[in-house]
Design a protein around this ligand. Structure first.
Ligand SMILES: *Cc1c(COP(=O)(O)O)cnc(C)c1O
Length: 383
């Protein structure tokens, strides 16, 4: 029997190739051109007002905290309340800006627990970083209210949320910065890229300068003028900054993939519903993510919580099924260890959560096989 992968990205190859060919035919693979087109299409798709295409979600988050700190005059060591249960780049972006991650616990949605967020607010708190884990908006609405009540900025790490909808709409319009990932293992795969969506259009202007080494010019408009007399080498360099901009080849893949994002996510949701139906019969053995009824989650990953996670992972592997862990609690890592032991729920989940196979080409037989082996193991029939 074929082995079952944990993830297996698939692309609309013909559509991707046609978009990429346009870049090569035109002679422009850099920022501008296709990136502008994807930004416009992304705004239309999500309903967000601003969108800037960057080379990763990490870049997007780094720009967000860097710009917020500068524009809002935050001090070094000012605090950002965040989840320890995420991919490390979420929290690195806070540290890299010279700010301090203050960890709040997660709740049954595996996203930030609003009650614990409120408890962690001090007079140094400036922002909350909310991660929509696996596409789940969790208790985002309550977090938004807490931020507004306390004058805090709200940053959303929406790396898993491309395609998530609540009552038919993307849920995070009011956030001050929403950061998407179009990494290969996310729901809108390119190779590496992301989208930075500020609420305030003026901040996007700063991001566009900061994202190209702090240079205040636009390579594509220079190129598009193409009379070679107007090349603007007399640009200003107002910032010391990194190279974060996205390119037209990645945007070309993004444009092609965006067309099937909703139908791809429908397939993911159908597989997850099958998992849910099977596993919900064993509530004392398998805990599922709490997901509200009005949420259409992008379902970036499918996770279960079980007593003996490591044993289950080993058993699945012995039977040709790959699994994974998203994520190990960040306070296990050197730079966040100062907060170890403070988030009990996240600590427990980190030790007991398992990500199961989920990808578009998964067959019904493969889904059934995963279900069978998981249930065998947790009910003890495997021993
Ligand atoms: C993947 C991921 C990121 C980083 O995205 P890149 O586009 O790879 O930089 C950030 N946060 C979360 C939660 C992620 O899963």
């Amino acid at each position: 029997m074929d082995k079952i992968a944990l993830m297996h990205p698939s692309f609309d190859v013909d559509a991707c190739m046609a978009e990429i060919k346009e870049c090569l035919d035109t002679g422009w693979t850099g920022p501008g051109f296709k990136t502008t087109q994807l930004e416009d299409e992304w705004k239309k798709y999500t309903g967000l007002k601003n969108a800037y295409f960057v080379n990763s979600c990490t870049a997007s988050l780094n720009l967000t905290f860097d710009i917020f700190k500068e524009v809002y005059n935050w001090n070094d060591e000012d605090e950002v309340i965040t989840t320890p249960f995420t991919f490390v780049s979420s929290n690195h972006s806070i540290l890299l800006a010279g700010l301090k991650p203050v960890f709040a616990d997660i709740d049954a949605s595996f996203c930030l627990d609003p009650k614990d967020v409120e408890r962690k607010i001090t007079d140094k708190t400036r922002a909350v970083l909310f991660v929509g884990l696996c596409g789940n908006p969790g208790h985002y609405d309550e977090i938004l209210k807490i931020c507004r009540k306390n004058g805090l900025k709200l940053v959303v790490d929406a790396a898993h949320m491309a395609g998530t909808k609540v009552n038919g709409l993307f849920p995070c319009f009011e956030a001050d910065s929403v950061n998407f990932s179009f990494h290969i293992f996310k729901t809108l795969p390119t190779a590496d890229s992301g989208m930075l969506c500020f609420k305030d259009a003026d901040l996007e202007k700063i991001a566009r300068v900061k994202a190209w080494s702090g240079i205040d010019t636009n390579a594509y408009s220079d190129y598009a003028l193409a009379d070679h007399k107007t090349y603007k080498w007399h640009y200003d360099v107002p910032y010391v900054s990194n190279c974060y901009n996205g390119n037209s080849i990645m945007a070309a893949i993004g444009i092609a993939q965006l067309k099937c994002l909703d139908s791809d996510n429908d397939i993911r949701r159908r597989i997850c519903r099958k998992y849910d139906e099977a596993f919900s019969k064993y509530p004392d053995k398998i805990t599922l993510t709490e997901l509200a009824d009005n949420v259409e989650s992008a379902r970036c990953y499918y996770q279960i919580v079980v007593k003996d996670r490591d044993g289950l992972a080993k058993y699945l592997s012995e039977n040709g099924i790959n699994s994974g862990v998203h994520y190990i609690i960040n306070t296990n890592y050197r730079m966040y260890r100062y907060a170890k032991g403070l988030c009990r729920n996240a600590e427990y989940i980190s030790e007991h959560i398992l990500t199961l196979p989920l990808y578009l080409k998964m067959t019904d037989e493969e889904v059934d096989r995963v279900i069978k082996y998981v249930i065998n193991y947790v009910t003890g029939d495997a021993k």
